[in-house]
Design a protein around this ligand. Sequence first.
Ligand code: ADP
Length: 261
Amino acid sequence: SAITTDMGTLTQEIDRFARDKKLEIETLKVREQYRKEFIGNVSHELKTPLFTVQGYILTLLDGAMNDEKIREKYLKRASKGVERLSYIVKDLDMITKLEVGDLSLKMEVFDIVELVKNVFEMFEMRASKNKITLTFDMDYSNPIYVKADKERIQQVLANLIVNSLKYGNLKGTTEVSIENLIKNKVIVRITDNGVGIEKAHLPRLFERFYRVDQSGARSEGGSGLGLSIVKHIIEAHDEKIYVESQFGVGSEFSFTLEKAE
Ligand code: ADP
């Protein structure tokens, strides 16, 4: 009967081994599919600005070059296309690093209030161009120290604030606030009263390349990678990111950070 028991255990072992292998193969298949989709998306995203740039250059070579006004206009547009391409490539580089787990965080203690102030300064011009007011719902002179990768959190803030400007209403507001949570956490909120997002899109919003088709939004450029970069960075910190939005009313993106003692 000892032999029978051994045989039983062996059969179980073999079964488990087979199950594990099957799972491994499934995982590999999913990964392969993911990789294919990624490459497909990348080429699709690059194609549009590339064709645009090519179009302007060909038109210039076709004779438009002789008209000084048109020449300048087309060259500016071509340059905008190249700029867009370089943004996409930069974002792709970042997302690849994040997904491969190649991006180690440089944790440090810093004042998040000051960082918000710096990012506001970076986008002041752009905000006033869109007639959007940037407001900080706090006292600038009261520091709040957090422990995180400062450069990456700056990027998170920048991406969220840029979005609020891109999808904000003319004469709207973007407001940033910071609130203490329990357990040594703070929550940073970026709220706008812009176009808002329909409920159906919310679950997929942080996926890379995912974009809501909004008239005018595409002309603002962007790669559809901004929010997925934001999510990666926040999750690399073991923190959480949330979105709440009402179509036609506005959106609120928020994320948590660890407070420094
Ligand atoms: P994009 O490069 O298109 O801005 P993101 O990943 O940053 O890519 O955002 C994905 C999509 O989410 C955007 O295309 C836009 O439709 C929507 N979105 C992001 N932020 C906002 C916002 N503040 N208000 C309305 N829609 C937004």
